[in-house]
Structure formats: structure tokens, C-alpha cells
Design a protein around this ligand. Sequence first.
Ligand code: SAH
Ligand code: SF4
Length: 347
Amino acid sequence: MATLLGMEELDIAALMPGEPAWRARQVYEAIYNKRVETIERINGLPKALRASLCAEHSVGHMARASRYEAADGTRRYLLSLNDGKTVEAVWMPESTRDTLCLSTQVGCPVDCKFCLTALMGLERNLTAGEILGQVIHLADDNNLWADKKRINIVFMGQGEPLLNLPNLLKAIRILSHARGFGISVRRMTVSTSGIIPRMAELAAVPDAERPRLAISLNASNEDQRRELMPITRKYHLSDLIEACRNYPLRSWEKLSFEYVLLNGVNDSEADARRVARLLARINCKVNLIALNPGPGIPFETPAPERVARFQEILRRSFPTFIRRPRGLDIYAACGQLKRMETLAQIG
Ligand code: SAH
Ligand code: SF4
């Protein structure tokens, strides 16, 4: 059965030929803004239309396979897809804003050596409806409404978002639409390992529909990046930096660079100075992440002093933050999303 989730107004209008245009708007608003769970609950639909919609469609909310809660309040969700696979999403509450970390693929085809998701390989792309289904599930479970509390969305869960760009962009159009979820693109960040041709496609998206961009840098020179992120053999670091220099930023925007610190590998003072040189003249900020460990990951987390020293050097050139890991104890932190059934569930 096809799902309404993932459809834009024009897609919905095509399901009901002969109906006035406002009918599609009404359905769109009901499923994304009011988040109704079934077609029966859409108010004001004529009976015959409701019956014909129900015959071949469901809204498409996702069932939960499991949910884990960390000591810091972070919740990790494993959600069931129609084909029996599962996908992960994370809710990170804070006092002034909540952050949703979403997946764009099941697994990931990019072979980064420090990331648990990489060990899964790629199972498949998520549809736009499955990307939105994560938002709906987390929002419903935690009573989140965009007009009540600030919601940030980061596409930093499983998968390489830019390798699923059409579905990602469709989901973002619906998330940012006033009659959809009403979350501004300023509050959405897409993180990429550096798929250069897809970055150019993203750059061409209209401003109102284009999220912020973060680049997972993770190395200070070409050879080191090839070792840690073999995709660098295809998309060279030098070309990636060039693409970043040319990336069209809006007046309110900086490019973000993510840098996972691996003890004794890419976290020396010389590395920090090289990173500062690489990113010179790019309007950016840097987020440092001390490695979140996991089974099968052959690296160590650096001591806090090393992380602080790295930050100190970069800070002279750019705003540089240390990302506090969220949900470490439930494997919800960056790079840890991979189905693991050994954790205690909260239901
Ligand atoms: N595939 C995209 C988005 C998902 S990964 C990307 O790579 O950008 C989100 C972030 O987690 C990336 O910046 C990545 O470098 C980081 N990361 C991956 N494994 C990690 C680990 N074990 N510890 C800390 N950060 C990690
Ligand atoms: Fe994929 Fe990102 Fe993990 Fe690399 S860091 S394997 S691109 S999810």
C-alpha cells in the first residue's frame, strides 16, 4: 500500500482528479502539520473520496521496533520499514531547543574507518516518506511542535545524505513548508563526507529550500584522509576544499566542518595548524568530536587535554566548538548508529 507521507501537494492532487486544489492542501496540512495518523482522521473529506483514498493508501506512520533512553535524556529509536528493515533516529532534548538526528539511508556505502555505520554497508536509500516518518514518530512520541519549541534537524544519522539527494530534498521541502512541518531550513543541517558533484547540485537548490551544509573533514591532509575516508581517492581533499571555497553561502550562513579526533592519528598540534591553513578564507565554523568508540573501530578517543589543545589552535582562526557526545551509553552518539540488540530497551 502506498503512503501519503512523502507526497507534496501536487502528488496528492493527482490522487483525486476533479477535486478543487484546496482539497490537496487540506490533506497535506492534515498529514504534515496536524500529523493525523489515519486517512479516516482527516476532517471534512467527502465520504466517497475518503473511501477511495483509503483503498490504496495509508498515511504511513512507522512502527517502533525499539527505543532506548540514555542517562542524559537522549532517546534512540529503531523504526520499522515496510520491507522488514529498520532505521534509526535520535531525539536530543535541551532546555531551549530539541535536535532530531535523522537517517537518510539504511546503512552507508561510504567506508569511513572510524564509523560503525560503515560496517553495515549500504542496504538501501530511504524514501522521502521514510525520512519524514522519522520526524513524525519522534515528534509524536515527545510531543514536539515547531510553533512551541525550537526544533533543529541534523541529517547525521545513518547514511550519506548526498547519495540520496532527490528524496532528501523532497523531505526538506515538506519539512520547511509552512503548511507542512514549518521548520525553517536555517534549522536544518545536512552533513556530507564530501560527494563533490552532489554538493554542486545542492548549491543550485532555491534558498528557501536549501538546508545548511556540514562537511566531515576528519583529516588534515590528502594521505591521512585517504586512509581514514577512502572516498577521498575518488573525491580528493584538494578538490573538496575548492568546492567549499566556491559554495554559495547565504548572508546568515557559515559552512560547518566536522572533525572526528582519533588519538595519535589526526589530533596533533601540527594537524590543527594544517586544518587552519586548509580552511583559510572559508567562512566557516568547526565542530570537533572526540571519537565515540565502538566494537570493531580500531581507534582510540584522545584525552580531553589533547582535544582542548586542538581547539585552542583552531580557535585563533574560526569559531571552534567541541561536540559533547549525546547518548553515548546507548550507542546513539555520532558514528554509532548500527543495529545492536544488546541494550536495555525502555519499551
Ligand atoms: N554520512 C554523513 C552524515 C552521517 S555521519 C557524514 O559522514 O557526514 C555524522 C558525523 O559523525 C560525521 O561528521 C562523521 O564524521 C561523524 N562520525 C562518524 N563516526 C564517528 C565516531 N565513531 N565518533 C565520532 N564521530 C563520528
Ligand atoms: Fe557513512 Fe558518514 Fe559513517 Fe562515513 S561517517 S561511513 S559517510 S555515515
